[in-house]
Design a protein around this ligand. Sequence first.
Ligand code: ADP
Length: 214
Amino acid sequence: MKLILLGAPGAGKGTVAKLLTQLDGSVQISTGDILRGAVQAGSDLGKQAKAYMDRGDLVPDELIMGIMEKRLEPDCQKGFLLDGFPRTIPQAEDLKKLLVKLGIKLDMAVNIDVPRNVILDRLTTRRTCSNTKCQAIYNVKSMPPKKEGICDKCGSPVVQREDETEAAISHRLDTYNKKTAPLIGFYDKEGMLLTVSATSSEAVIDAIKKKLGT
Ligand code: ADP
């Protein structure tokens, strides 16, 4: 599978991507996970990205394209699920050029469409594994870890992300509407868009499988 996952923060891109990797060995490439890993490691990339991320602003396109050029080449043969990228029209245009250069054809861009009230509720109750190699996602209401505050998969503390305060969440949603939502029209024009209006990840997976004919 070679897919782009589009959708607001909290729409479930990460959860859907993780489920899809189990189907055929495609790899999840999450720019958010890569950036949080870089911030925790204190690398140059992390130092440049941190302030933007904490405010709920997008990291500059050049930084993101640098990451993606390095990641897509080795991973493209296995298939990939782009989670959180592209997020602006310039990123989508650069991705298009990069895919031509690498000789890769995307299957489609999946727009996961979830009502705003569901998104707000999810983001304030979401918790994430603090181990950057794991980053498993939980929800205090609907999917708590078996042992409170401890990741089921790796035993590390499960925490609330720094950009998941109410102010940062509201700013991230505004940024999404301004900068990322236009990508829906972009991929529609390219004839590549599948919109799925569903709040359950399983329903999203079923719609993707049906469209791919698998
Ligand atoms: P969410 O989709 O829940 O907002 P992510 O984990 O995808 O969260 O991203 C967290 C933060 O990382 C974003 O708010 C932004 O600052 C930065 N980021 C991630 N991907 C990109 C991207 N493609 N372009 C610019 N900034 C990005």
